[in-house]
Design a protein around this ligand. Structure first.
Ligand code: NAD
Ligand code: TYD
Length: 356
């Protein structure tokens, strides 16, 4: 069996569902259920004894030690994190606690557990750390995409905290021989993403005929990957990745934010036509401080060494995503309460807007 952290969040839940759809290997899912963690994401697994959701914090060493001793996993796949850049700007402390202290604590628990293993259990054990392309900082238009050897240059509290955790993971390999793997993935989109991130926020606002808040000129570039493709890459790295190595994951889909929003508006005009064309809701608002201009991933290493490549194109992935949100409006409405409403007020109230 394997231990997953943060498996009730967006990517973690997609990973858990994909894992159990393609394997019978059981999975323990340790999640603190912060605002971003949602047990409803896993409701289709009710009664499935291959999956156990454990409420807990990766910073709680005793709890993690106890879980490792009891379940004896062959691998840890570490998704748990505070993950939203805008929230990290408003309140960085939680990012340092979970992403840095939490990863440190998990590494120490994994190290003690790994040292107690023997034979093939010890050789085959893996600690897979899920990181982000944001640790590499920002690119100019003519720069080549981020490769595995691009130096770290994080610019937001979120990316700085992820970079710090990546350094710890690397050091636990070199110093203690913990068999770690690290992945750096580009922006994900797809089902179950909390509607504070660009794609689901724009879909939710468009369906409610609310303004679509594009930061600054909207010409910032992200490299978009469908979440199911990220999950298949993680499975591949876990199965075949070489301990101590890092792998960049991306879909060769560089798009400006404004173009992503137009794609979503076009899909919504087709699949859920409103009284007016959705692009008329686009509003340019005050930019994010320290906003990285361009991310792009060079994914040749994982393709060459592990034979992975994405199954979805930007067009097929975005269509599936919009269809999922249209078919799951109850899920969206349920998460748009309490903390969500406070966050929307905090993040958008002071941004001045002008229509496109
Ligand atoms: P998310 O915010 O949707 O989910 C995070 C999950 O971690 C939630 O279920 C939350 O309850 C849990 N969690 C938070 N703090 C915890 C703690 N202290 N102990 C236990 N659980 C805790 O995040 P996501 O978008 O699914 O991202 C998952 C991972 O992938 C993160 O490490 C993130 O840095 C990385 N990543 C995300 C993207 C993206 O586009 N979303 C891209 C590349 C990498
Ligand atoms: P986001 O989904 O927050 O991911 P990240 O900051 O990790 O890349 O944002 C993606 C891009 O969209 C980023 O350049 C910021 C921009 N953005 C907006 O223009 N408006 C918004 O309301 C949000 C949430 C993001």
């Amino acid at each position: 069996m394997i231990l997953v952290t943060g498996g009730a969040g967006f990517i973690g839940a997609n990973f858990v569902l994909d894992w159990l759809a393609s394997s019978d290997e059981a999975l323990i899912n340790l999640d603190k259920l912060t605002y971003a963690g949602n047990p409803d994401n896993l409701s289709s697994l009710e009664g499935d004894d291959r999956h156990q959701l454990i409420l807990g914090d990766i910073c709680d060493r005793e709890q993690v030690n106890e879980l490792l001793a009891r379940h004896q996993p062959r691998a840890i796949v570490h998704f748990a994190a505070e993950s939203h850049v805008d929230r990290s700007i408003h309140g960085p402390a939680d990012f340092i606690r979970t992403n840095v202290d939490g990863t440190f604590s998990l590494l120490e628990a994994a190290r003690a557990y790994h040292e107690g293993l023997s034979g093939t259990d010890k050789t085959n054990f893996r600690f897979l750390h899920i990181s982000t392309d944001e640790v590499f900082g920002t690119l100019s238009p003519a720069d080549p995409p981020f490769s595995e050897t691009t130096p770290f240059a994080p610019n937001s509290p979120y990316s700085a905290s992820k970079a710090a955790s990546d350094h710890l993971v690397r050091a636990w390999y070199h110093t203690y021989g913990l068999p770690v793997l690290t992945t750096h993935c580009s922006n994900n989109y797809g089902p179950l993403q909390f509607p504070e991130k660009l794609v689901p926020l724009m879909i939710a606002n468009a369906l409610a005929a609310k303004p679509l808040p594009v930061y600054g000129d909207g010409r910032q570039i992200r490299d978009w990957l469908y979440v199911g493709d990220h999950c298949s890459a993680i499975r591949r790295v876990l199965a075949e990745g070489k301990p101590g190595e890092t792998y960049n994951i991306g879909g060769w889909n560089e798009k400006a934010n404004i173009d992503v929003v137009h794609t979503l508006c076009d899909l919504l005009d087709e699949l859920a036509p409103g009284k007016q064309a959705h692009h008329r809701l686009i509003t340019h608002v005050t930019d994010r401080p320290g906003h990285d201009r361009r991310y792009a991933i060079d994914a040749r290493k994982i393709e060459r060494e592990l034979g992975w490549h994405p199954a979805e194109t930007f067009e097929t992935g975005m269509r599936k995503t919009v269809q999922w949100y249209l078919a799951n409006q109850t899920w969206v409405r349920k998460v748009q309460s309490g903390d969500y409403l406070q966050w929307i007020d905090k993040n958008y109230q002071q941004r001045h807007g002008s229509e496109a």
